[in-house]
Design a protein. Sequence first.
Length: 300
Amino acid sequence: MTTLTSTVVRILHWAITEPAPGGTPAPPPTTSARPHGTADDPVALLERLARITAARLRLSDPPLGDRGPTGLEPLMVAAALALRDDPATARQAVFGVNATGTVRDLMCRHGLVGRALSATPVDAELRAELLRASPVTALFDLPPPGMREQCGQLLDRFLDHPEGRRTAVAALAAPPSSPETARHRAALLRRFRFTPGERTVVYEVYETALLHHGAHYHRLTDDIRQLVRDSPARLLEDDVRGQWARATLDWWEPLAVLARRHPEELRRRRMLEGYRAGVGLHRVYGRVREFEGLREVLDR
């Protein structure tokens, strides 16, 4: 087995193995390290990884009812991770991977990319290419430019399936990894505002977020309130605290809009507790937008 093939097999094993209690370790050493020989079949490992990733997302087999097989393109994704110490070569490996595939195929890619990006730093351009190759990861994390429409369509596919809906709601409710991810999720939720059925998606995401991650979101919200009391201008700063404050205001906006337009619906959502503080910050959101617009004019 060549060095690259051996490393790809080890990366597939790494993606399949359950994470340790202390968190997910980084992927195995890249091809610059001496490989350990193995006779495992990479194709069989792909099928196994697809099933395991679906199970981790609480999806039955076949996931979302798609009985299509896992393709071979995830091997190129694994190869890119194996070559990550050489970002230019790694980008070439993943560049030709089609952004579409069967659900099993997409599960396999997410099992590789989602885990790798959460476990180890990756070159920014390579990260974008990996996300393009793994639409599920891009949907739940942050799509690179040009993928937002595709992510919206993929979200609709999840929502059309009972298990997929639970998976999507749980993923969108989880604490975002960055301010940009929080803004991306807010943009997704703004799409669901026209009919009572659509708005139910928004309510379910915030219910899940506050029920399972309430301490996280209340901490971010309290930080904004502290900024407003001490120095409202800090909301416009580009430091980490200012970025998170504006992103959190963005995150609350879809629910704040529905609270203003459909208050009777929120009163019926018994599990939607603890939202008032965040929704009350929506007026701050409007003022921040006004300040940002004024700053853009003054900077011209």
